[in-house]
Write a protein that binds this ligand. Structure first.
Ligand SMILES: Cc1cc2nc3c(=O)[nH]c(=O)nc-3n(C[C@H](O)[C@H](O)[C@H](O)COP(=O)(O)OP(=O)(O)OC[C@H]3O[C@@H](n4cnc5c(N)ncnc54)[C@H](O)[C@@H]3O)c2cc1C
Length: 341
């Protein structure tokens, strides 16, 4: 491991100041960053420990939504009464991730920024990774790509020009996307709010730039709008092993029902792209329609349109379509407690 400076911040402004130094990184739960430092993927010159900032509250917002501090641990968030009762989709997604021990350490901000599990990214003995070494290529495209993306590999359509086919590994992010969360950030020049759909980036021509966050910006909170999907929500995670494994694909579905018809919907896919995949056209297909398999199949086809598989992951396209139908069906039948981990 490389040597590095360690600083403990006690106020956001001090953290931001220290974080603006060359090659500084914020340290939250450390469950991803420290692993990557041990692998030699990340080698920050300074670690700014933010664990002593007062960002660990979950509070009801005046608009009827909720504000989640960036340092709220995944286990505390999943178990929080307000989240369990009003945003069960988020609670289910969190409980499907990692293990109880990891969730006790992992934070909301760190989970948002956890990095891909692409083998070619995490193993520095592979020379080609545009994310690690811009311009070096993407070994996954012609390599072993079972866990990789089938959507959003290029801004110009799936025919050519892929620079990176990694996926975002977070379960929490998929639920946050379906719930239309917003990310509150603070930097040297003040505070700003980033809609969740704009927070994570597709690879385009700069796959090493993963989010809209600037290097010196600190995530202070995530906000959720007033809850609409408390009664009809489901997080479906499909993985090689039924516990303690990342998703091959996952689906977060929230439905606001009016009688037998869908009044509004939030739907996102995980494990298929470098960001949670949401498609407004697919959600529009649900509005005013009855909750039937036929409608859900049309939604799945629309959500997966343009998908492109590779040698080892083409199965994900059909798996995702069937997952969407199953998840929407389960959501329409009513929320159940999620205990998938
Ligand atoms: C064995 C294992 C299995 C796992 N399985 C799953 C799984 O099934 N599903 C899943 O979703 N996740 C899984 N995870 C990942 C885990 O959820 C993440 O490691 C965790 O959420 C990261 O949070 P952290 O607080 O530890 O982040 P850290 O490791 O501290 O930080 C991660 C990144 O975020 C940055 N950062 C942290 N907080 C802030 C902030 N407030 N502002 C700006 N930048 C910040 C750090 O600088 C760093 O770049 C697994 C992890 C392990 C080790």
């Amino acid at each position: 491991m490389n040597s590095f400076n360690y600083e403990r911040a006690t106020a956001p402004e001090a953290a931001i100041h220290s974080g603006s130094a060359h090659n500084a990184k914020f340290l939250a739960g450390g469950t991803n960053l420290v692993d990557l430092m041990k692998y030699g993927v990340e080698s920050p010159a300074t670690l700014v420990d933010i664990n002593h900032l007062s960002l660990n509250q979950v509070v009801a917002s005046p608009d009827g939504g909720v504000t989640i501090g960036a340092l709220v641990r995944n286990s505390d968030l999943a178990d929080h009464a307000l989240i369990k009762n009003q945003y069960p989709l988020l609670s289910q997604a969190l409980l499907s991730g990692a293990s109880p021990q990891l969730r006790n350490m992992a934070t909301t901000g760190g989970n948002l920024l956890q990095r891909t599990r692409c083998y070619y990214f995490t193993d520095v003995s592979f020379p080609a990774c545009n994310k690690r070494e811009p311009g070096s290529g993407c070994a996954a495209i012609k390599g072993y790509n079972r866990i990789h993306a089938v959507l959003g590999q290029t801004d110009k359509g799936p025919a050519s020009g892929e620079t990176c086919i990694a996926t975002n590994p977070s379960d929490m992010n998929v639920a946050m996307a379906a719930l239309s969360a917003k990310v509150e950030v603070q930097g040297a020049h003040g505070k700003r709010t980033i809609p969740f759909s704009e927070f994570h980036r597709l690879p385009g021509s700069t796959p090493s730039v993963e989010t809209a966050l600037k290097p010196d910006e600190l995530i202070v909170a995530v906000t959720l709008p007033p809850a609409k999907f408390s009664k009809n929500a489901f997080y479906l995670k499909i993985r090689d092993r039924n516990s303690y494994a990342f998703a091959l694909i996952s689906v977060a579905a929230g439905l606001e029902m009016d009688g037998g018809q869908v009044k509004s919907a939030g739907l996102a896919l995980g494990g298929v792209a470098l960001k949670p995949w949401r498609e407004p056209d697919a959600e529009r297909l649900l509005i005013g329609k009855p909750a039937t398999i036929e409608v859900f199949k049309q939604v799945a086809d629309t959500l997966l349109r343009g998908a492109k598989g590779y040698e080892h992951n083409a199965f994900k396209i059909e798996m995702a379509k069937q997952g969407v139908v199953r998840c929407l069906t389960l959501a329409s039948q009513g929320t159940t407690e999620g205990t998938q981990a």
